[in-house]
Design a protein around this ligand. Structure first.
Ligand code: MC0
Length: 143
């Protein structure tokens, strides 16, 4: 079902400061930036590697407001790993399979994610305390 780790999402207060930190410390490069109003975030993707069906990234997330998911997370837990995202070939199919096993889906249908991807979240309480994201990259796996 999972092809690769698509990204690790890291919540931060100051996106530009954390981009500079990750670029300088790990010699990573920002390959995409986006403001996603629906998700309440301003974000940057730093490329790590290419994998099956898409790439692997560090995703830095700054909240657009205090009452957004990332804003609430920062207030409660502070900066750090917010979610882990796994690449799947077909997000709607993965939602159906995983939902059928009793895991709560936080989205009724796939939503717009980074770099043209389709995404859906799973409730952290149903998967060992880890907010989990399913990602179907815009670039489809080679057949
Ligand atoms: C909350 N909890 C978490 C968590 N956020 N556990 C692990 N990781 C997280 N990130 C825990 C809380 O500690 C709490 O546990 C319980 O879940 C319920 O949390 P809450 O604070 O009462 O409830 P809410 O209203 O904050 O909702 C949490 C929930 C929400 C995960 C349902 O944040 C959500 O729907 N997230 C999905 C969307 C999202 O995160 N979007 C931002 C990234 P206790 O034990 O205290 O009861 S968007 C993104 O990343 C896009 C751009 C992309 O990748 O392309």
């Amino acid at each position: 079902m999972f092809m690769r780790i698509d990204h690790i999402g890291i919540a931060c207060h100051d996106l530009e400061e954390k981009i500079a930190l990750f670029e300088q410390t790990f010699e990573l490069t920002v390959v995409a930036r986006e403001t996603n109003e629906e998700q309440g975030v301003k974000e940057a993707m730093l490329h790590i590697a290419d994998g099956e069906g898409g790439g692997s990234y560090i995703q830095l997330l700054e909240p657009l407001s205090a009452d957004s998911p990332v804003g609430k997370f920062l207030a409660k837990r502070g900066e750090g790993v917010h979610h882990v995202a796994f690449g799947v070939p077909d997000v709607a199919e993965a939602m159906q399979q995983i939902g059928g096993k009793g895991v709560r889906l936080l989205d009724e249908r796939p939503r717009h994610g980074s770099m043209g991807s389709s995404i859906a979240f799973l409730h952290p309480k149903d998967v060992g305390g880890m907010l989990t994201e399913l990602v179907q990259a815009a670039r489809q796996p080679r057949t």
